[in-house]
Write a protein that binds this ligand. Structure first.
Ligand SMILES: Nc1ncnc2c1ncn2[C@@H]1O[C@H](COP(=O)(O)OP(=O)(O)O)[C@@H](O)[C@H]1O
Ligand SMILES: Cc1ncc(COP(=O)(O)O)c(C=O)c1O
Length: 279
């Protein structure tokens, strides 16, 4: 696909100026992992929505013209990655974009950001859920957390006690939407957090890590960014997930050690040299 060995990804996500999430996480992490990251900003916020106040500017109306120029320039990508999407229209635009820019070798990663802790985000309407089910069907890799996996498959959520057999069925249902490989994140198993990895053509595996620190915004974005960069570089998905989960865990540990306020996310910058050394 590309002229050079280096990989290039189109990254669809919001730009939150303060608080370490979405594009302000994805751009540096992909860069550190030697992947060129080309943003498609879906909205611009002064800071993420976990703060008491924020400025929000929806970029939906501008996206078709933005992407039109990429089309005119004949740009091609090794990966297309989508993160937070705020409306049915944005989901449609991403579907169209994949149709237009996905070449035979392009890998599509969809992080279906729809909810957490058993609940859909307040802004997530049923038509958006339907749209996300279609978009997930275009993914080579999709990375729902357990809540999102339940929403996508219309299954009841529970926090603990998922058996392997149940996770197999959950992943299979997501696969039946069209997704090739599925990573279900944030599965609580006592003192552990697990990621269930069902890669096309391989036996499913569970990657567990010790749960550390407090819940912080942006950890899902850090996780999806590391997985996307590694996967686009051609690493097996299980290895990509192991790299991402240990990186997130250590970023949380460091953030606790440096007493970073929770709403400021994780101080991944402190551990960035580790990402640059991955071969
Ligand atoms: N407190 C934590 N301790 C250790 N690892 C964590 C912690 N929080 C997140 N992770 C890792 O990051 C992954 C993604 O985080 P998660 O919070 O599930 O994402 P999302 O924001 O999409 O819900 C988890 O599956 C786990 O591997
Ligand atoms: C606009 C925006 N994008 C991204 C995030 C980060 O989401 P996550 O914690 O699921 O990675 C937040 C969190 O508040 C947000 O407000």
């Amino acid at each position: 696909m590309s002229q050079f060995h280096q990989k290039k990804v189109a990254m669809i996500n919001d730009l939150s100026g303060y608080g370490r999430c979405s594009l302000t996480v994805a751009v540096p992490i992909l860069s550190a992992m030697k992947v060129q990251c080309c943003p498609v900003p879906t909205s611009i916020l002064s800071n993420h929505t976990g703060f008491p106040v924020y400025f929000f500017d929806d970029y939906t109306a501008k996206l078709p013209a933005y992407l039109e120029k990429w089309g005119e320039l004949g740009l091609e990508f090794d990966g297309i990655v989508s993160g937070f999407l705020g409306s049915v229209e944005q989901i449609r635009i991403v579907e169209d974009m994949i149709g237009r820019f996905k070449g035979p070798e392009t890998k599509v990663v969809v992080d279906p950001i729809m909810g957490d802790n058993g609940k859909k985000y307040a802004t997530y309407t049923e038509p958006m859920c339907e749209g996300m089910r279609r978009l997930v069907g275009l993914g080579d890799v999709v990375t729902p957390n357990l809540t999102e996996a339940c929403i996508l498959t219309d299954r009841p959520y529970r926090r603990e006690g998922w058996t392997i057999r149940e996770l197999d069925a959950l992943a299979e249902d997501i696969r039946s939407l069209g997704a090739r490989s599925v990573v279900i994140t944030g599965i609580s198993q006592g003192v552990y957090l697990a990621n269930y990895v069902a890669e096309q053509g391989r036996e499913p595996v569970i990657c567990r890590t010790k749960r550390v620190g407090r819940e912080r915004p942006g950890t899902g974005d850090v996780f999806a960014s590391v997985v996307s960069a590694a996967f686009v570089r051609g690493f097996p998905l299980e290895r990509a997930v192991r790299l991402a989960s240990s990186f997130v865990r250590d970023c949380i540990r460091k953030s606790e050690e440096l007493e970073i306020p929770v709403e400021n996310g994780v101080c991944f910058e402190e551990l960035m040299d580790r990402l640059t050394r991955i071969r």
